[in-house]
Design a binder for this molecule. Structure first.
Ligand SMILES: Nc1ncnc2c1ncn2[C@@H]1O[C@H](COP(=O)(O)OP(=O)(O)OP(=O)(O)O)[C@@H](O)[C@H]1O
Ligand SMILES: [Mg+2]
Length: 249
């Protein structure tokens, strides 16, 4: 599990996270919601250890990651994490299987045939059999997104981070991606963290929702609990009403 405690992070004079305490549990999809600028992507970057918190701790399976120093330690830590961005961020000049196996092509001594085999396995898991030799430009936006997910799971990560995985997709494609997030969670069984403000994605993927607001956690619970939250800002957010983080407007 990932335990964060008293997490603070500022950029310049802007206090983004102001004391976040949370445990992301194994076997669960936790959806992080909150208005634009409340620090959702920041917490994913902290978990990836792209930078350090100003205060507080992050421990992953009992080990503090804040003090990882050498590139080897960081690489070993990050190899257990898969990340899916809003844009599929594929290399246009590489074939689909090369995109999926990119980390292996760059960093391992495996043969191309072995890497392609792994890539084809992961493509099958996201419903893209038979696309390995195509180029990204030959795929629809939703299929490209699935290639991005296949790449994220290439190294069998125990932690999957999704930052706005369905933003900008049409409703049918969003549903496909949401179902994929849920089915991968069941299959892999590790920790999934989904950052989104799209209601369908919240409702279709969340085991647990936590809402960030003004740098702190406003409330945490299941979908039903959060729909009935005592906090009106949480209820408004889940009813699709505009909620802004007052520090950011
Ligand atoms: N590297 C950085 N340097 C300076 N400011 C940053 C940096 N990263 C984030 N910020 C600022 O921190 C705040 C929180 O950013 P973050 O990306 O975590 O928000 P978010 O909740 O993901 O918002 P959105 O829903 O718009 O993606 C924003 O005001 C942003 O401008
Ligand atoms: Mg963001």
């Amino acid at each position: 599990m990932i335990e964060v405690s008293n997490l603070h992070k500022s950029f310049g004079s802007k206090q983004v996270l102001r004391g976040i305490d949370f445990t992301f549990k194994e076997g669960q999809t936790t959806v992080v919601i909150g208005p634009s600028g409340c620090g959702k992507s920041t917490i994913l970057r902290l978990i990836l250890r792209l930078f350090k918190p100003d205060q507080g701790s992050i421990s992953v399976n009992g080990t503090s990651i804040v003090d990882l120093k050498s590139q080897e330690e960081l690489d070993a830590y990050r190899s257990q994490i898969g990340i899916v961005f809003q844009s599929a961020a594929l290399f246009d000049s590489l074939k689909v299987w090369e995109n999926v196996g990119f980390m292996f092509l760059e960093n391992s001594k495996m043969s191309k045939a072995e890497i392609k085999h792994i890539a084809e396995e992961k493509l099958a898991l996201v419903g893209l059999d038979g696309t390995a030799d195509l180029f990204p430009s030959e795929l629809s936006g939703g299929m490209q997104k699935r290639v991005g997910i296949a790449r994220a799971i290439a190294r069998d990560p125990q932690i999957l981070l999704y930052d706005e995985p369905t933003t900008g997709l049409d409703p049918v494609t969003s549903t496909v991606i949401e179902d994929l997030i849920s089915s991968l969670q069941k299959r892999i069984g590790g920790i999934s963290i989904v950052v989104t403000h799209q209601l369908s994605t919240i409702f279709r993927t969340a085991d647990l929702i936590t809402m960030f607001y003004e740098g702190r956690i406003l409330d945490t619970g299941t979908v039903e609990e959060m729909k009935n939250s005592a906090n009106v800002t949480v209820r408004n957010f889940l009813e699709g009403k505009v909620v802004s983080d007052e520090r950011n407007v």
